[in-house]
Design a protein around this ligand. Sequence first.
Ligand code: PEP
Length: 259
Amino acid sequence: MREYLIAGNWKMNLGRTESVYLARELADKIPANDAVETVLIPTFVHLDAVHQAIASSALKLGAQDVYYEKKGAFTGEISPAMLKEVGVQFVLVGHSERRHILGETDALLNQKTRAAIAEGLSVVLCVGETLPERQSHQTNEVVARQLAGGLAKVDSDMVQLRRLVIAYEPVWAIGTGLTATPQQAQAVHSFIRQRLTDLYGTSLARTIRIQYGGSVRKANAADLLAEADIDGLLVGGASLAADEFADIVRAAEQVKGKK
Ligand code: PEP
């Protein structure tokens, strides 16, 4: 059984006071449960403060990015070990905003993925097609390329212990209010599961969680999660409102109870 993973990516949206306030509200509203793991992903400079705010709760901490070197002359970058020091357990790698705005390549994302896993962090590797790619029926090809590139030399041992999560985030659905239908999402998730099976074998591939992301709200969360290969949600905008995000986690608990 794959425990759901619900993650809130706050991007570059909240100041320090707002981040701590939201973290405290969520710590109160989201009790521990066995069916859902919940992760908050604030900006780097607020990781420490948010870590303290959620210290005695069931919530976990994630970072929006990571660098692959351990230390040295890499101005502006942050190593996996530095993230661990402030309580980070998960890192996003290859969010579409980093691929498309910052120009990150599959080769770079592969280095980040391997370095973060080697340090004991769980990596959420984000993949997804743009609208023109979907319209020209290239979705599977794009996702396969991103998976192959991002997971090169990531072997079965590295994937154990739930160190790898894939997030399918169609770029056309991120922050646009357009959501993939549950059937569209499931079709890509099933394709991803097949690629993971090719890479790691059936039993290991079955343990890897595949999140969906792209304009998730409490209104569509349950329908998405009801699909067989959707194992969680990566939530942007809706994770900035405590009630909405807590309701998404609650919806996940309820779906898990029925699945
Ligand atoms: C995201 O940032 O990963 C995301 C899916 O954003 P939103 O939920 O706002 O579409």
